[in-house]
Design a protein around this ligand. Structure first.
Ligand code: AMP
Length: 285
């Protein structure tokens, strides 16, 4: 059986469970479940930070966690797939009143508070700046105000937390999002590799379908070229003839959710009728 490690709480937990449910896994969670078994998979719920290590050691064959944590821990795992949630960046920030306006202004031996010491050290080493790390386990934002550091590096999504804490962003060390990772040895075993690939293909198909809808419309043949440029589709829209109708064809295409209203308006202008928009559960591209 394939063992999957999933964050048990925090920002990545809910979305990870939602994604696994969307590929058909029956996850009925009790408040404090630490593991459960479905017919094909065994799932363990652990801290996002521990997942790269568990996957490297083979405690789990597959894990869902943040790319930042994979990079920070430096664990040797195979990155299988980027997921469509958990977007954030490891940013460099200074107090609003600081004289440091850009990364170049950071003086040598500046104190940097962070819970990402490895990524932070590596970044400053690469740009040739000596800094002193003040390691904190969370809430680095307070450190400059306590006088224990001149700047911080921390995960940022919108920047609102930095602003609330009177900090100004001056640079980015790395971008991050949720990823699916696998144990390297598991990928060398035929049977496991097949099952892992099957799971990843299913996850990818759900991600591909996210934000997309299937559009069907009956379109006058003479408007076909305009329709084709309006809805390019994945590999051009599918055009089908309608029995008994010389002048009208059926057009099917995958359309981005946010473009649908505009597309409908133009299709109507071009004389389209019978416009249907249906959800897509999976898209294998
Ligand atoms: P947790 O501490 O359990 O909430 O999980 C933290 C992980 O969630 C981070 O390591 C990132 O991979 C991810 N994440 C996504 N967006 C953010 C954010 N805005 N702030 C912190 N962590 C984030």
């Amino acid at each position: 059986m394939i063992k999957i490690a999933v964050p048990n709480k925090g920002r990545l937990s809910e979305e990870s469970i939602r994604l696994l449910r969307s590929i058909g896994l029956k996850i009925a969670l009790e408040e404090r479940s630490l593991f459960l078994e479905t017919p094909k998979y065994s799932i363990i719920f652990v801290r996002a930070q521990d997942i790269p290590g568990f996957v490297e050691e083979g405690v789990a064959d597959i894990g869902i966690t943040g790319l930042d944590l994979v990079l920070e821990t430096g664990k040797k795992v195979k990155k299988l797939l980027e997921l469509n949630f958990g977007y954030c960046r490891l940013a460099i920030a200074v107090p609003e009143k600081s004289k440091i306006l850009a990364v170049e202004d950071i003086p040598n031996n500046a104190k940097v508070a962070t819970s990402f010491p490895n990524l932070t050290k590596e970044y400053f080493r690469k740009i040739g700046k000596k800094i002193d790390i003040v390691e904190v386990s969370g809430t680095a934002e307070i450190a400059p105000h306590l006088g224990v550091a001149e700047l911080i590096t921390d995960l940022v999504e919108t920047g609102a937390t930095l602003k609330t804490n009177y900090l100004r962003e001056i640079g980015t060390i790395t971008e991050s999002k949720a990823v699916a990772i696998a144990n390297e040895k598991a990928l060398e075993l035929e049977e496991k590799k097949r099952k892992i690939n099957e799971l990843v293909a299913a996850l990818a198909s759900v991600i591909n379908a996210t934000g997309r809808r299937y559009l069907m419309a009956n379109v006058p043949k003479e408007a076909l070229e305009d329709v084709k440029s309006l809805i390019p589709g994945i590999s051009g829209p599918t055009v089908m003839s309608i029995i008994g109708s010389e002048k009208i064809v059926a057009v099917h295409a995958v359309v981005n959710e946010e473009e649908i209203n505009g597309v409908i308006a133009v299709l109507k202008k071009l004389g389209a009728t019978g416009i249907l928009i249906v959800p897509i559960e999976r898209a294998v591209l």
